[in-house]
Design a protein around this ligand. Structure first.
Ligand code: 44T
Length: 861
């Protein structure tokens, strides 16, 4: 029976609710109306606020208003972006995602903004989420493929495919657990494999930690799939943040870890182990009490490591870390003094930049020459906390390497042996058949020739989690020549040839007084770009041809237009000297090519301060008037305005587009940019390049397969891991060096696709190409590269010896067994700027058994 007292209350509440509903409905409909009006008047910020209010009040309308809401959000976000209001932008997305948590378009778009701001991990997470929400969403797919490498780095596949490594770790763990180590912590568990090994070996308690969110989530899935979700406790933490008893109840008797990079310490293993010894591990065995039980003492797998090194000459390393040319496409580069890459190492360095890059020495284009014997750089015992602590505080260690081969000292390379226990060792050396790369310490001093009998003084130290190796001096005939850090001015190291040494010293004396001796830091890909003379020379020829044509057309028109400058816009991303080359062509003209001095007005979109300083300096030293080269982005407010006209009634004579990324992929939004560029081009004007042709070939490459997914149907060490990590497989591999990739060529190179930047009607999105098999094998991948046609005569290949571009490859989902003479039909699709390729065998005239090895068929068959 209802309480009589409550009745009138209910009615009052009911009436109040009705009134509230009516008021709310009124507010909702007025907000929606206002939102639409604001949209109409392009006031996106206010429209967005109105939508937020309306849809928060009336969730039922979300589906109905979804499209307009998205439109408003994207417009407002673009505006906020161009105003630099980044925090506001992300706040808007947060609000939008609260309203539409499963809207893949919004999630993907948020990822794009994050990516542009440089938050790659977070961006990758958003693309992954968008793709999970709609697996066939092409935009998210393209974005995800571009960034998947940041979420799950490719080496995870290599490591899981490295059976030797897996097996040795398993043996060592089994032995330790069976020997009494009953509680185990896996630091940096990745997919969870080492923790699972410990559990399988019979450890009573197993814990694991992983700092990457994606890897942690992946490990959780893997543990569940292997029925170990309840028996292994995993935390999403950096080991340094773990505490007892919050994260694990007690100290453990065994830490297993493979948190080592190519330079051994780069993943922070020293700090992790010092912390583990102090806070997470049982004390080490006391050798005065040899009978202490392994379950009451602590130990680490790996037990220790030995680092080896060698000094090398290597052209490929050199051209990425040192300027090797003195002039480029007509520009004298000597004005800029020294150029160095961020990968520099000096013993007294204050910055904490990575002192090394990583390369697989065996895969370096042009190979390398060993200048010294292999030397031992360091021995470290991971079971000795005093030694670990002493490593960072101890004196810099000096080594003397005897030069056994005359050559150019380009780098020191190191690798290591990981002593898992007394019997099991893993080596990451260049001669080993493993997945490991070596750490490369480039030598950037300009004087670097060494002779047999010289000694190289190397300092070895450990600072900021890195093992640092630095060539500090060369000892020749009893004299020590110090190799100063490049940024500190002149060097005192002798050249192999004393005369040329003297000359350069004299030249230095003369020029040092006139020229500001400045050192500029460029990324290694930018240095390689400057060393790519073929590209710049071709550009110089193409640009100069255009200038001649334009000038003579203007002359023949006998109008005032001859007095107008020729406007050239370079919208290259990153560093580029092409605009300056164009400006200079306007100055150093000779009579016969009819180019009037000062004719070219060039605009560069180079943004970074030091890039602009460098270009200004180069302009001055090359006789280009300051006013002839301007920085375009300092004139315009937002990116879309890059393609604005040079002045209200003028159009561009030339627009330079930077079409290919160094990783080997087509730049995003290239075709949209080309369309805009065409609209802003004067009659007779030109886009550089005018056309790009994608070339490719059929190959069989196990290496590419091993880098792309966990291979085979066999479980990894008996565990079910592959299906989970293979979700992060991407079909396109980048940053390849095709000239050294281990693979069998199954066909000749063929043209796959053409992109016409001057004429869009010539473009298509799908193409079929038939390729004849020249060698029987398993077709696993189609590597591709580009012929960049600057104009009808000048072209450069991204697969040439001097290319600063790497190559890319599409790895097929399923290998295709092909025989010599057969034809493979490739279907190539370009969606936005990402390429996808599928391959099928052409139908034979008759049945499959007609295949004959030696009889090539024609393309009509
Ligand atoms: N790459 C090797 C480096 N972690 C391997 O998040 C060899 C590179 C490589 N988690 C080609 C071939 C190869 N606490 O998932 C990662 C990382 C995590 C931690 C918790 C910590 N203190 C750390 C430190 C790292 O550990 C996992 C493995 S790091 C291994 C690096 C195949 N290119």
């Amino acid at each position: 029976m209802p309480n009589a007292n409550t009745r009138p209350k209910r009615t009052r509440r009911h009436r109040r609710t009705q009134r509230e509903d009516a008021a709310r409905n009124e507010l909702v409909s007025r907000s929606l109306e206002s939102a639409q009006q604001c949209l109409f008047s392009q006031d996106y910020g206010t429209a967005f606020v109105h939508y937020l209010l309306a849809l928060n009040l009336a969730p039922a309308l979300r589906d109905f208003a979804n499209e307009s809401f998205r439109f408003t959000l994207f417009k407002w976000a673009d505006e906020l972006d161009s105003l630099g209001r980044i925090q506001d932008l992300f706040d808007c997305y947060e609000q939008a995602m609260e309203l539409f948590p499963v809207d893949e378009v919004i999630v993907n778009s948020m990822g794009e903004h994050l990516f542009r701001m440089g938050f790659r991990d977070e961006a990758a997470g958003h693309f992954y989420k968008a793709l999970k929400l709609r697996p066939d969403f092409p935009e998210a797919k393209e974005n995800f493929y571009r960034v998947a490498n940041w979420l799950v780095e490719r080496w995870h596949f290599l490591m899981l495919n490295d059976h030797g490594r897996n097996h040795k770790y398993q043996l060592a763990i089994k032995k330790a657990v069976e020997g009494g180590c009953s509680s185990v912590l896996d630091i940096g568990t990745g997919t969870g494999i080492l923790g699972m090994c410990a559990k399988m070996a019979g450890a009573a308690e197993v814990y694991a930690c992983e700092l990457s969110k994606t890897m942690y989530e992946l490990a959780c899935e893997v543990l569940s799939a292997n029925g170990m979700a309840n028996s292994i406790k995993i935390v999403h933490l950096k080991s340094l943040d773990m505490e007892i008893p919050k994260d694990i109840p007690n100290r453990v008797s065994l830490v297993v870890t493979e948190t080592v990079d190519a330079g051994l310490f780069g993943e922070g293993i020293i700090e992790s182990l010092i912390h583990a010894w102090k806070h997470l591990l049982l004390p080490p065995p006391n050798f005065r009490e040899p009978l202490s039980s392994p379950s009451q003492t602590g130990r680490v797998i790996p037990a220790g490591a030995t680092v080896f090194g060698v000094a090398v000459q290597c052209r490929e390393i050199r051209r990425h870390h040192r300027l090797c040319v003195s002039s480029l496409g007509g520009l004298d580069l000597s004005a800029v003094g020294q150029i160095y890459s961020p990968v520099s190492c000096s013993a007294d360095t204050e910055d904490s930049t990575e002192p090394y890059t990583t390369e697989r020495l065996s895969r370096l284009r042009g190979g390398y020459l060993q200048l010294t014997q292999t030397f031992t750089a360091l021995n470290i015992d991971f079971n000795n906390v005093q030694e670990l602590e002493g490593l960072c505080s101890r004196e810099v260690m000096q080594l003397r390497l005897c030069v056994t081969q005359e050559g150019i000292l380009d780098a020191l390379a190191i690798w290591f042996q990981l002593h898992l226990d007394q019997d099991n060792h893993l080596s990451t050396g260049p001669q080993e058949d493993t997945c490991w790369e070596q750490a490369i310490y480039p030598v950037q001093s300009p004087f670097n020739t060494v002779k047999c009998g010289d000694e190289i003084l190397v300092e070895v130290s450990c600072k900021d989690s890195y093992l640092r190796l630095c060539c500090v001096a060369i000892v020749r005939d009893g004299h020590t020549f110090h190799m100063d850090n490049v940024t500190k001015g002149s060097s005192k190291i002798p050249n192999a040839n004393p005369e040329s040494e003297l000359c350069s010293a004299l030249a230095g004396l003369q020029t040092n007084q006139e020229k500001p001796s400045r050192a500029f830091m460029l990324e290694s890909t930018e240095i390689a770009l400057l060393n790519n003379t073929a590209y710049h020379n071709s550009f110089q020829r193409a640009m100069s041809k255009l200038l001649v044509t334009l000038t003579s057309t203007r002359r023949s028109q006998e109008s005032n237009t001859e007095l107008d400058p020729i406007y050239v816009l370079d919208v290259s991303e990153g560093f580029s000297v092409l605009s300056l080359m164009a400006a200079q062509l306007g100055f150093d003209s000779s009579e016969d090519n009819h180019i009037r001095p000062g004719l070219v007005q060039a605009y560069s979109s180079v943004e970074k301060e030091h890039h602009q300083t460098m270009l200004r300096l180069l302009a001055k030293e090359n006789g280009v008037l300051e006013s002839a080269l301007e920085f375009w982005l300092s004139h315009v407010e937002d990116d879309s305005a890059v393609f604005q006209r040079p002045s209200i009634e003028k159009l561009w004579s030339a627009i330079i587009l930077d079409c290919i990324e160094t990783c080997g992929l087509i730049r995003q939004k290239l075709l949209e940019k080309a369309t805009l560029a065409r609209c802003l081009l004067e009659d007779g004007g030109q886009i550089f390049p005018e056309r790009i042709v994608i070339h490719g070939m059929l190959v069989e490459s196990d290496t590419l397969l091993l880098e792309s997914a966990v291979q085979g149907t066999e479980p990894t060490l008996g565990f079910n891991i592959a299906p989970f990590i293979n979700q992060f497989t991407v079909p396109v591999h980048m940053f390849l060096d095709l000239s050294t990739l281990e693979c069998t060529h199954l066909s000749e190179p063929v043209e796959l696709f053409t992109l016409d930047l001057m004429n869009n009607t010539a473009n298509y999105t799908d193409k079929e190409v038939k390729v004849q098999v020249s060698t029987s094998g398993n077709l696993t991948a189609i590597p591709f590269w580009y012929q960049i046609h600057l104009d009808s005569e000048q072209s450069v290949s991204t697969y040439s010896e001097d290319s600063h571009w790497k190559q890319a490859a599409v790895v097929l989902q399923q290998p295709l067994a092909v025989s010599r003479g057969e034809w493979v039909r490739l279907s190539i699709r370009l969606h936005k700027s990402s390429i996808s390729i599928t391959a099928v065998k052409e139908e034979w005239l008759g049945a499959d058994d007609v295949i004959r090895e030696a009889e090539p068929l024609t393309s009509d068959s």
